[in-house]
Structure formats: C-alpha cells, structure tokens
Ligand binder design. Sequence first.
Ligand SMILES: [Zn+2]
Length: 384
Amino acid sequence: MPARAPGLRLGSLLGFEIRVDLSWFVIFFLVFWSLAEGVFPQQYAELDRLAHMAMGLAGTLLFFASLLVHELSHALVSRRKGIPVEGITLFIFGGMALTRREPDTAKDELLIAGVGPLASLVLAGLFDLLSRLGPTLGLGTPVVGVADYLAFINTALAVFNLMPGLPMDGGRVFRAIAWSVTGDRAKATRWAVTGGQAFGTVLMVIGGVQALTGAPLGGLWLVFIGWFLRSLAGSSLRQQALQSLLGHVVASDLMSSRPEVVSAHTSVAALVQDHFMQLRYGSYPVVDGEALLGMVTLEGVKRIPKDEWGARTAADAMTPLAACAVVAPDTPLEGAVEAMGRAGTGGRALVLQAGRLVGIISATDVTRWLRRVQELGPLVNPAD
Ligand SMILES: [Zn+2]
C-alpha cells in the first residue's frame, strides 16, 4: 500500500513533494558545526569568525541543495519512465526519492539509479569551475572556499553512492547490470544485497580501527553508517522476498466475489437503513437493471444532507463509474493497490470482466488476504 511520505513538508518542486525527516535537523546542525568550527577555520585562518559562520551556513545549505538535485534527478527520470514518485525525503544520510514501484526493465533501473551520481558529478564539476575561476571573476575568498568545499563534497557523494551494494545507487546499477546479464532480477538483487552488506561490514571495520587509533568520533560515525547500510541491505532482501511472493497475486485472488449491489433508484434513507447499518460492507456497486453505474460509499452518503435522504437516491450519492477505480481479474496486486489509492472511492476498486462486475476489492480484503498468507504460508510456489 502506498505509504504516506514521512517527515515535515517543505514545499513542492517540479511537481514533487519535498519533505525532511526529523533526523535531518541533527545532521544539518552537525554539518554546519563541523564546517564553521572545523573545516573553514583550518583552511582559511586569515578570515574572521563571522566569515567562517557565514561560509558554514552557505556551505550547509548548498550541500543540502546538492542532495536535493541528486534526488530530483532520480525522481525526474523515474517519472519519465512511467514510475510515479510520491515525493522526496531528506534524512540523516542524504535523501530518498519515494517511488511507487520498481522499474520494469534493467535499462530503466540503470538510468534511474545512474543519473543520481552523474548529477552529483556534474555539480562537482560546476563548483570546481567556479572555485578555479573565482579569483579571476573577482569573487572573494569566502565564495571560492564554499565552492571548493561543494566540489569536494559532491564528488564524495557521487563516489559513496557508487559503492556496488544495495541500497546505494551503485548497488542498483550493479543489480541492473547483473539483471540484464542473467535475466533474473531476484538473483541480481541477492548479489547486490550481499555487496551492500559486505560494504557495510568494511565500513564498520575501518571505523572500528579508526576509533581505536585516535579518531574516536569519525570512527564511530563510520561504524554507525556501516551498521545502517547493513540493515538497509537486509531489508531490501526481505522486500524482494515479499515482492516475488506478491508478484503472482492478481485482483481475483483478493476480491470479494459476487458483491452485494444496490439499485440506483434506492433512496439514500433505505440505503443507510438496509445496507450500511445492516451489512458489513463499506461500499456497494450501484446498478440499474443489468447496467453498472458506479459505486456508493459511506463518504458519498455523508455528502448528502440528512433531511434530503428520503428524496434523494443511490444514484445521487454514488461515485460514477468513470471516477471509480476499475481493474481486471488478472490485474497484479501492485496495479490493483495503485488504482485503489488513486480513485476517490475510499480505497476500493471494482473488478470488471468484459464490462461485467465480478467482484470488489477493499483495503480490508487486501489485509485479510495478507493475514491468511502469513498464517498458511505461500499458497503457490513462486516461480522465482
Ligand atoms: Zn542516489
């Protein structure tokens, strides 16, 4: 089910919702502090404290702007490839573009994953150019210093992200290549996850050695990042297992068949009394004879003032068919859930076969189905 994007909403950019996780404020302060108190005073001792603070603030803001450009590049290519993007969230280790589903082909995956580090490298090049041309252009030392730092940090971002383990971009690039070579996405994912876990372990070891040999803070930081990457890699594997299980589920597995329907001429009062108050369903397909006209939900009923319930009918309260989520019996789970989330019918979808109503799916049906699978184990052996 498409999860609500977490964090605090900052605004939207190019049609993407931009959010920050609360952990981001911690890292924002840490970056600012290390720049204003450490990096810049060391490199530019001739400047005063106020200049260092200003450089620190500009450097931090532009660092996060650079992260945002990196994530926007992923989001733009995803959207180009027909994969809806929920939004972008900045959090403690950078950012994340929340996509609704995985790419269909290895080539799409390669493009979506590869463009991020590429964007960081382009930014690094531009800031490097600025820092080199700065003196000629008459730019002051503070501006040149900040540009120099951004050239460095964007290069570091590109390199770090290119490490060949999930969930990093490099891991996705690696998976895309392995996927196109073997033709087996599940196997490629396992390789990329192993790569990610190995990379996390290496970071933890390096961090441990550093911590014991005179750089405790930087060392512990590396240990923490390594541990975090290992746990992320593990969760990508579980997600993959779930996906290969759910990949075989279609709408007809989930739906309630032969749903209870109501006539378009039923009054809203009768609808409430005989259906919503009596039966357990939260929505009813509305028919006129054989013809399916739409779906009526409790939300639809609530839009009609109570004193008009006797005079108005189900047809007045319903969501017309054109605005309902409609899926076919063989629509995969992912597509069905996406359709349910999109339509204005309270997360429900009608299942139609050759124009004939065969079932209805609600969020309850999906969770009930998942609970059954959890209790009974997979009912079919997934092919991969
Ligand atoms: Zn990236």
